[in-house]
Design a protein around this ligand. Sequence first.
Ligand code: ADP
Ligand code: VHF
Length: 360
Amino acid sequence: MAYQFTKIAVKIGSNVLTRKDGSLDVTRMSALVDQIAELRKGGVEVILISSGAVASGRSEVRASKKLDSVDQRQLFSAVGQAKLINRYYELFREHKIPVGQVLTTKENFGTRRHYLNQKNCMTVMLENGVIPIVNENDTISVSELMFTDNDELSGLIASMMDAEALIILSNIDGIYNGSPSDPASSVIREVEHGKDLSDYIQTEKSGFGRGGMLTKTNIARKVADEGITVIIANGKKDNILVDLLKKPKTTVCTRFIPSTQEVSSVKKWIAHSEGFAKGELHINEQAARIINSEKAVSILPVGITHIEGEFEKDDIVRIMDHNGKQIGVGKASFDSSEARVMIGKHGLKPIVHYDYLYIE
Ligand SMILES: Nc1ncnc2c1ncn2[C@@H]1O[C@H](COP(=O)(O)OP(=O)(O)O)[C@@H](O)[C@H]1O
Ligand SMILES: N[C@@H](CCC(=O)OP(=O)(O)O)C(=O)O
């Protein structure tokens, strides 16, 4: 039977892969691997983004002295990632499917060249029948260099690899329209473009996760706006992956409806580049109004009131409106000193061209 999608990114959260005592839930891993193998047999290409390094390392080593949170993360992930990938390797080998490890950091997405290098690496893996298993390189990404969590990373990967769908597996059936523990709440089955869900999200996180439901929702919206279906579902449920693709109507999950507008690959990269922004372009009210309308416009010097920070040509900059609120990000066509000289002048080239502008 043909599946609904032919190329998907699947993110498996820490909570799906860990038991209550923090040990690696190999039975669950094995069940998910079986499902991915079944999807592959049915012609679906899969990119896996798997958390669980820190959680699986925690039960493996006893620290000789009390460690701070950074040391703990580095120690546990170094040990745990090896264990995690080894398990995946063994489990996929039973299906004769080769896997490869991709460990990455936020910095690896900072320049277009690095971004394309990673894309090429994973493309060549897929072309050769290898399933990429991606995780953040927790041993070297520390504090401000870290992704918020693997949800953010999975959004980047799905967008970079032009996946048709991103399936985020957590320990909950989807996004509830109230507290998940309240029996009166139920799972929101579909989220249309522009729907704000922030009122529903509780700030608490599950036992081993890092980001929580709010990051999942924000990432899901952004990725769906790029034309990719995003599904949040319960990875602890039997046969969930296959059911989501085979029986989309009857399988409980939250589904973000993708935008039908085409988004260029450069724009996709820029949309996920906020974390690497070097400076700020502040624009006046009229420019903000035009940019926020549906029209395709560039950021011209005439609409800029001031520039904050220093940046080079081709760096990512934040676009701020007249109230100081961030409305987008873009790639600067000039460095900050050149751009400052151009402020307020008519008839000059754009500081950020429309092709390199992402409005939130
Ligand atoms: N409205 C909501 N609907 C569903 N889950 C929610 C909601 N608000 C908060 N949460 C919490 O978000 C958790 C999932 O996020 P997270 O802990 O980051 O999981 P993961 O490790 O799978 O990434 C759920 O277990 C739940 O406790
Ligand atoms: N890279 C970390 C993932 C931490 C994380 O973001 O977890 P989660 O919130 O479950 O996606 C690990 O492998 O432990």
